[in-house]
Design a protein around this ligand. Structure first.
Ligand code: CUA
Length: 432
């Protein structure tokens, strides 16, 4: 008893158009070389997640096509205009075979997925890693390979402790973390093929740490230390992104993990353990500072030396440089109470929370972005470091109103805080 109307002809066409637009939008999110591709696992633990997701996605896909297709088919077959005719198709209520089948089949599928999920969950959360030998100051340390990860608005801090066992429960407030052997920002180095334990927390709001190729996400929550782990099959650079909305520059809170051969990792450790180089012409000035005395550089022809002095007078109440100011200082005037450690700033290829390149493609220092960042950070990355109301702690890097010569001197000084990474690494870690 079917009546064909105009709407019956146009509605499928309209919904087909809708489906095409929807799929186009979904497909627009695809890229063959996406940095944050979660479907290309590069470690055992990331593969275990993939091995769970792929079959579940396949089963869910089949179920979606069967159910969705069945609904569409029956909607078309049994379509009537208006309800008053009560022209219902044949009812199957009480059909035992069907009802048993559609109870048992989903129950079996769900049970299988549940078992696989629990197994994967346990594997992913087994964060015990074997010790790793690393040479520190001429002595071989058996490093319980833990890296302390601290989320902050809006960048990630990585802290390495080689000669002390790091116990998440004993760490306490991230503001009270003990002095570390190595502190980096935005970029973390790990030896290849070695499980690295992470303990993750936050100094302000909730963030989430995610290196898609190496493992799933783990939230960084203030007041808690969450265990996690990373491992990479091959040397290379793995990109990550904060994945918990954490305020204004959440989308600009990026990070990278560089997996290195054992030799390269040891070389990196050696570099990072070395105190910052003192620019030529600033030796006496730094010696006075280290002795705890007030000092002034006086006239100097060395831009880097002048930059060091500018750092001490303008930047050192938030940023630390090993060998220049007090490493235990943790009292930045921001909500987090901390700012990136700049001791080996120029050994990192990104800055400003992993969104700007320290070097240009030709390997030269990216003076343009560095100057622009120091001149007016707000213009480069949204923050809330200036003009806040009473009692509201600022967030992010403030605009200090420095003169152009001071900015240029600071950039010269930052360049000395190397060593400069290889051209290959600069190319691999480039962000846009
Ligand atoms: Cu940190 Cu989003």
């Amino acid at each position: 008893m079917r009546k064909h109307t105009v709407s019956e002809v146009t509605t499928p066409r309209r919904s087909l158009g809708g489906i095409v637009i929807l799929f186009s939008l979904v497909l627009a999110g695809c890229a063959s070389d996406a940095e944050l591709d979660t479907l290309k696992p590069q470690s055992d633990v990331a593969r275990s997640i993939d091995n769970l997701m792929d079959p579940v996605l396949a089963v869910a896909g089949v179920v979606m096509v069967l159910i969705g297709g069945g609904i569409l088919y029956m909607a078309k077959r049994d379509h009537v205009d208006g309800y008053e005719e009560l022209d219902f198709p044949e009812q199957i209520h009480g059909n035992n075979t069907l009802e048993v089948a559609w109870t048992i089949i989903p129950a079996v599928i769900m049970a299988l997925i549940a078992v696989a999920t629990v197994v994967t969950h346990l594997a992913v959360n087994d964060t015990e890693a074997n010790a790793y030998s690393v040479e520190v100051a001429g002595e071989t340390e058996s490093w319980e390979p833990v890296v302390v990860v601290v989320g902050q608005q809006w960048w990630w801090e990585y802290r390495y402790y080689f000669d002390q066992d790091i116990d998440a429960e004993a760490l306490g407030d991230p503001r009270l973390l003990p002095e570390a052997d190595i502190v980096t920002a935005g970029q973390m180095a790990i030896p290849v093929g070695q499980e690295i334990e992470l303990v993750i927390s936050s100094r302000d709001v909730i963030h989430s740490h995610w290196i898609p190729a190496l493992n799933g996400k783990r939230d960084a929550r203030p007041g808690f230390w969450a265990p996690w782990k990373l491992e990479a099959d091959d040397p290379g650079v793995y990109f990550g992104q904060c994945t918990e909305f954490c305020g204004l520059s959440h989308s600009r809170m990026r990070m990278q993990v560089t997996a290195m051969t054992d030799d390269d990792f040891q070389a990196w450790v050696d570099q990072q353990m070395t105190p910052a180089a003192v620019p030529v012409g600033a030796e006496d000035y730094v010696a006075e500072l280290r002795a705890g005395n007030n000092a002034s550089l006086g006239e100097s022809d060395s831009a880097a030396a002048r930059g060091l002095e500018a750092f001490v007078s303008n930047c050192s109440s938030c940023h630390l440089i090993d060998g220049v100011n007090d490493l235990t200082y943790t009292g930045a005037t921001t909500e987090s109470g901390s700012a990136p450690d700049l001791t080996h700033f120029a050994s990192r290829t990104t800055f400003a929370g992993g969104i700007l390149n320290t070097y240009n493609r030709d390997g030269s220092l990216n003076r343009d972005d560095l100057s622009a960042w120091i001149r007016d950070p707000q213009a480069m990355k949204g923050n809330a470091a200036n003009d806040l109301g009473d009692g509201v702690a600022p967030r992010g890097m403030p605009t200090l109103g420095l003169g152009e010569r001071t900015i240029s001197d600071l950039v010269d000084y930052l360049e000395t805080l190397g060593p400069k990474p290889s051209d290959e690494l600069i190319a691999q870690t480039e962000v846009d």
